[in-house]
Design a protein around this ligand. Structure first.
Ligand SMILES: O=P(O)(O)OC[C@H]1O[C@H](O[C@H]2O[C@H](CO)[C@@H](O)[C@H](O)[C@H]2O)[C@H](O)[C@@H](O)[C@@H]1O
Length: 325
């Protein structure tokens, strides 16, 4: 009887172990699938809050936690002593708001970013569509390289500047373009943000019924002055049609810090908009990029999609723990 019991419990134990090992195998193979990197912008992004939810690795109202970044960044950063963190501002570090003046990082986000920038281990740069002084003022942290106007302006902590030049004709046209847009389209809640070398035509407050018509006309006006019109979040960006973008600005800034070896460095990037895709392209292969979007079908060149500004906060917390411990 005792012998039979022992045999039965041994059999039960080995059955339980087999079931456990099998479920581990399923979980780890899911991880590999979900976290595999994509090379094609049209591929559906791996995303922690949805695809990994069955693993119970996510938590909280936002469905992501600091621990999730062990999977996204753990083996990538490893024991690296020094790396770079490149960030967008609106929609990435600060929630989108009804007016750009209302945007702000939460105090926790700011404190965490400041700790990272002061750690001496992470080179931090913020590349925004705002004008460079505007984004510097919003962030308010020293030891950061700021870039504004989608990379056209770069401001280093020691006061050095880089201004990407544009032709006299384009620069002469800028004022006239702002004037026509304002006269013709700044009504019913639409308005023009004049950033001196680029502009944003804002339509966040406009009745959705009027939006398509206003967008089309704004793009027409912008293009008639030789500028490029890009759709952004509740806005049309008007930018000079030169071969320059956030990606090339990131390259310039990273080279200025890491010299010729910049492509051997670890670079983490997060951004929420189409203009941020250029950074994702530039660091593809050696960097690790995150598209901030709650749209599971968003077209992106990023390695991963994360759903919110809150998840960016968890990413910063993960980095802070790594470099400030
Ligand atoms: O590159 P970013 O830092 O993401 O800047 C992109 C644009 O951000 C701002 O506009 C956007 O955010 C506003 C505040 O949340 C929102 O009201 C607007 O609808 C968004 O388009 C900024 O005003 C622009 O100058 C930037 O180009």
């Amino acid at each position: 009887m005792t012998k039979h019991n022992n045999t039965t419990s041994r059999a039960a134990r080995s059955l339980m172990i087999s079931v456990f090992l099998l479920s581990c195998l399923i979980v780890s193979s899911n991880c590999q699938v979900e976290l595999s990197q994509t090379t094609n912008a049209s591929t559906k992004m791996p995303v922690a809050d949805e695809d990994l939810s069955h693993l119970k690795v996510v938590s909280g109202g936002d469905k992501m936690s600091l621990e999730d970044f062990d999977q996204y960044l753990g083996s990538y950063i490893g024991d690296e002593r020094e790396f770079a963190l490149v960030l967008d501002f609106d929609g990435t570090l600060a929630e989108l708001t009804s007016h750009p003046n209302l945007s702000a990082m939460t105090p926790e986000m700011k404190e965490t970013l400041e700790n990272i920038a002061n750690s001496g281990r992470v080179f931090v740069t913020i590349i925004s569509g705002r004008d460079v002084h505007g984004v510097k003022e919003k962030v308010g942290i020293k030891n950061i390289v700021y870039s504004g106007n989608h990379g056209l302006e770069v401001l280093y902590p020691d006061g050095r500047r880089h201004n990407q030049g544009i032709s006299k004709e384009l620069s002469d046209n800028f004022g006239k373009m702002v004037e026509q847009l304002t006269n013709e389209l700044a009504h019913d809640g639409a308005w023009v943000e004049n950033k001196k070398v680029s502009l944003t035509f804002h339509i966040r407050q406009v009745d959705p019924k009027l939006v398509p018509q206003m967008e089309a006309r704004a793009a027409q006006i912008i293009e008639s002055y030789g500028y490029r019109a890009n759709k952004a979040h509740a806005a049309i960006e008007g930018k000079p049609p030169i071969h320059w973008n956030k990606g090339l600005a990131a390259e310039l800034i990273l080279k200025s810090n890491f010299d010729r070896n910049w492509e051997t460095r670890k670079v983490i990037f997060a951004g929420d908009d189409t203009t941020d895709e250029d950074v994702m392209i530039v660091i593809k292969g050696f960097g690790r990029s995150f598209r901030v979007s709650n749209d599971a079908n968003v077209q992106t060149n990023a390695d991963f999609r994360i759903p919110s500004v809150k998840s960016v906060f968890y990413m910063l917390k993960w980095i802070e723990q790594k470099v400030c411990a």
